[in-house]
Design a binder for this molecule. Structure first.
Ligand SMILES: [Zn+2]
Length: 272
């Protein structure tokens, strides 16, 4: 991927140099506007990346984050302080793997709008991958910054308790039903067929849910760990730790849907 790309009028993407198994090519930072700039997801604290962002923008007035995982938000506070910018987003929940340095000067909620002479960004609350996850609709290009709600070319982790599969699926449908022309993911390239991609993700998750349900039908009173080798036969064993988190998210959804019960981490299907 190229480091700096002009995606459309007033929309630029800068790739942070933090590639890994979880981040793909790295974290995407988006810049909206030319004169007064809003930066979305400045990524981890990497001086080289922060310098690049500052050189691309004459004036940064707002720093926004999609959510507060360590690959998306830790540079936000430092960048906002250095530029005198406003810090916008939702505060981190008190769970593990959250950037607790992110303390927004303005807390955004669903439907809140950042409006300038050059652009309008509308916040869309999309819990699922993270309870405080926001997507941002850039109205002029009808594209949506999706953070880790939808990424390009990989499946995102739904890690309970902050991650919630039921919320995730309804947030996916919500973004799809806004009929965007493009998605600007937190990792990977721009997605130009949002409906097809989101439908595929929903189908993929529901297919996995069906496998969980089938496994639980033959193995009542099972823990998530008990079911991993059955449900994730297609996943290499070194990924079983993450698979177990996602499997737990599916089990919790079955309980929330009224299709299973749980007793001290042991799950059993209810008769249909
Ligand atoms: Zn994340």
């Amino acid at each position: 991927m190229k480091t700096v790309v002009q995606l459309s009028a007033g929309v630029r993407r800068v790739l942070a140099p933090n590639p890994s198994m979880m981040t793909g090519p790295g974290t995407n930072t988006y810049l909206f506007g030319e004169d007064a700039v809003a930066v979305v997801d400045p990524g981890p604290v990497i001086p080289e990346h922060m310098d690049r962002i500052r050189k691309l923008a004459s004036q940064i007035d707002w720093v926004l984050v999609t959510h507060t995982h360590p690959d998306h938000s830790p540079a936000a506070r430092a960048l906002a302080d250095a530029c005198g910018a406003e810090l916008l987003g939702m505060p981190p929940p008190p769970t593990a793997h959250q950037d607790q340095t992110f303390t927004p000067t303005r807390v955004l909620g669903d439907g809140d709008v950042l409006e300038t002479d050059e652009f309008r960004l509308v916040a869309i609350h999309t819990p699922g991958h993270a309870s405080n996850h926001l997507c941002y609709l850039h109205e002029a290009s009808n594209s949506i910054v999706t953070g880790d709600h939808v990424t390009d070319g990989s499946t995102v982790v739904i890690n309970p308790p902050d991650g919630n599969m039921r919320d995730y699926l309804s947030s996916l449908a919500r973004v799809r039903d806004l009929r965007p022309d493009a998605l600007l993911p937190g990792h990977g390239e721009r997605i130009t067929d949002p409906t097809a991609v989101i439908d595929w993700i929903i189908d993929h998750r529901l297919a996995r849910e069906a496998k969980v349900q089938a496994a639980l039908a033959t193995q009542p009173n099972a823990t998530a760990a008990d079911l991993v080798p059955v449900v994730y036969q297609d996943v290499p064993e070194h990924l079983y730790g993450w698979a177990e988190r996602s499997l737990l998210a599916h089990l919790i959804k079955l309980v929330e849907d009224g299709r299973a019960v749980v007793d001290d981490r042991h799950y059993t299907l209810l008769p249909e």
